[in-house]
Ligand binder design. Structure first.
Ligand code: XMP
Length: 516
């Protein structure tokens, strides 16, 4: 390709922040190419990107660490002289300040914050005097370095945004890439189009073809096995693998006893005639035995991951399978800390928790770079039924991470009933379309209630209804009161052993979507 036919693009240096990939994604959504590079990428490396894209700007991401730490990640200073506009976000602005002699100190700011815009120019052009932004940082820039101007402040951060007087160096302390920063999209658009001058001339590749090719190249004439939970991700991965491998794919649905009401039967009905050689394995007893008395969520995930792989091994051996295909998607990988510099929040059972190398020649993640909405788009292109494509996500370890404390048959049974009520009531109401996930949680708390005229001492069920675009951030839903009331009444009346129903009103962050 000649430079004229190359797409304009933004390089993102990954300092390990949770939202690094969200930044890339926001840029790509504007039809501008973006690539993520490790934080130690040099100016020369960025310039050699000239064969892939015209690098029109460089963004420095956030980071879990401090610029003041001894082993702080640093930046090739020559990048600042490359002649393209740079934008530091969170750790990025602190790094710029530190490199230019600004004043920083430990001072935490967290959550939704009011930012007062002192200079609405460049990246902040068109913004109001006060904007809602999302903050998550432990260090704060207290004085801008010489040659820089303060563009915004908050009640706690005197330098919440800054720019260089002459050079194209910009910094924001907040995260414009997360939805809680209300006009974050405009800020990034200002940077990409007005400051960097990008043309929106990038079109994503056909993901279906790309994914099928990936699977075919990896498996060749071999045989592969896929874990089909019935969720969106594994269903789409199975449909892709089915197309790529035809008769050489075996789909295994493991009933680990931690599924929702009627789920294994529904999965079997939906997939049995789709040419995937579907096998349903009843492994309820062995999973529940191993989980007996286990309280720690990471331990639960680990046990489930291990048991899963054992079941697979047994099936794979019977069919002489060498490859494992998974429906792991991008946020699972980030949150499992598998990208360089990022911190582990949860080990998702189908990623880090599995001793995968043991028996398969290779593990293939055809959806490993995609976000949930992209996976859904792919499912639609593949012609999967709507109920599957738009099914709410369900974690691999299933109800195990929605039962706090030890898992028992009695808790499982009550949770299944309560969850079915939540689903039925939500699905009967149009506000369901706003929700990303809706489910019940069995807390480990017993409370006193009255049933009939008698004192009862029973479980507390929590209801979690969240809105989200990609599970990286989420908001609790301001659900209609009448729906919450019906859910509460029905659970109280229909689920034995439950005396209290509570509604979870925490956003992610600081919470996660699941309770464990
Ligand atoms: P959290 O709870 O981390 O969840 O906000 C983000 C998304 O991931 C799902 N989730 C899991 N999926 N194995 C999975 O396959 C897991 O261990 C797991 N934990 C959470 C969760 O339902 C949400 O959609």
């Amino acid at each position: 390709m000649t430079p004229e036919t190359l797409p304009d693009g933004i390089a993102i240096l990954d300092f390990g922040g949770q939202y690094c990939h969200l930044i890339a994604r926001r840029v790509r959504e504007m039809n501008v190419y973006s690539e993520i590079l490790p934080s130690d990428a040099t100016r020369a490396e960025l310039e050699s990107f000239g064969s892939v894209m015209n690098v029109k700007g460089v963004i420095f991401s956030g980071s879990p660490s401090s610029v003041k730490a001894e082993d702080a990640l640093i930046l090739d200073p020559n990048i600042l002289e490359m002649g393209v506009p740079v934008l530091g976000l969170c750790y990025g602005i602190q790094l710029i300040a530190e490199m230019h002699g600004g004043e920083l100190a430990k001072a935490r700011e967290y959550g939704m914050t009011k930012a007062y815009i002192d200079e609405p120019v460049g990246v902040l052009e068109g913004l109001d005097a006060c904007e809602q932004v999302w903050m998550s940082h432990g260090d704060t820039v207290f004085e801008a370095p010489e040659g820089f101007r303060v563009m915004a402040h908050t009640d706690r951060a005197p330098v919440a945004a800054m720019r260089h007087d002459e050079k194209q160096i910009w910094g924001l302390q907040w995260h414009p890439e997360v939805v809680h920063t209300e006009r974050g999209g405009e800020m990034l658009r200002n940077y990409v189009f007005n400051v960097c001058g990008c043309e929106p001339n990038w079109r994503p590749l056909d993901r279906v073809e790309e994914a099928i090719r990936t699977i075919k190249d990896a498996v060749g004439d071999g045989k592969a096995i896929i874990a089909l939970s019935g969720g969106v991700d594994s269903s789409v991965a199975a449909a892709l693998a089915g197309k790529a491998l035809e008769g050489n794919l075996m789909a295994v649905h493991v009933d680990h006893g931690l599924m929702r009401e009627k789920e294994p039967a529904e999965v079997e009905a939906a997939f049995k005639d789709r040419g995937l050689n579907l096998v349903v394995v009843d492994a309820r007893g062995r999973f529940l035995r191993r989980l007996e008395g286990v309280v720690d969520p990471e331990e639960k995930r680990k046990i489930i991951g291990e048991e899963f792989i054992r079941v697979f091994e047994e099936e794979a051996r019977r069919f002489g399978v060498e490859y494992l295909i998974q429906g792991t998607i991008y946020p699972d990988r980030i949150e499992s800390g598998l990208t360089r510099n990022s911190e582990t929040i949860k080990t998702h059972h189908n990623v880090g928790g599995l001793p995968l190398q043991m028996m398969f020649k290779e593990v293939i993640d055809p959806l490993g770079d995609l976000y949930k909405d992209e996976v859904r788009g792919l499912g639609e292109r593949l012609g999967l039924p709507e109920e599957i494509v738009w099914r709410q996500p369900f974690p691999g370890p299933g109800l195990a991470v929605r039962i706090i404390g030890p898992i028992t048959e009695a808790k499982l049974e009550a949770l299944r009933k309560a969850d079915a009520i939540v689903c039925a009531e939500v699905e009967a109401h149009p506000f369901r379309d706003r929700l990303w996930q809706y489910f019940a949680v069995m807390t480990n708390t017993k409370t006193t209630g009255v049933k009939g005229d008698e004192r009862a001492y029973g479980w507390t069920i929590a209801v979690r209804l969240v809105e989200s675009v990609d599970a990286m951030t989420a908001s609790f839903s301001k659900a209609p009161w009448e729906v919450l009331e019906r859910i509460s009444n029905r659970i109280g009346n229909e689920v034995p052993g439950v005396t209290k129903v509570v509604y979870d009103i925490t956003h992610k962050p600081p919470s996660t979507i699941e309770w464990e």
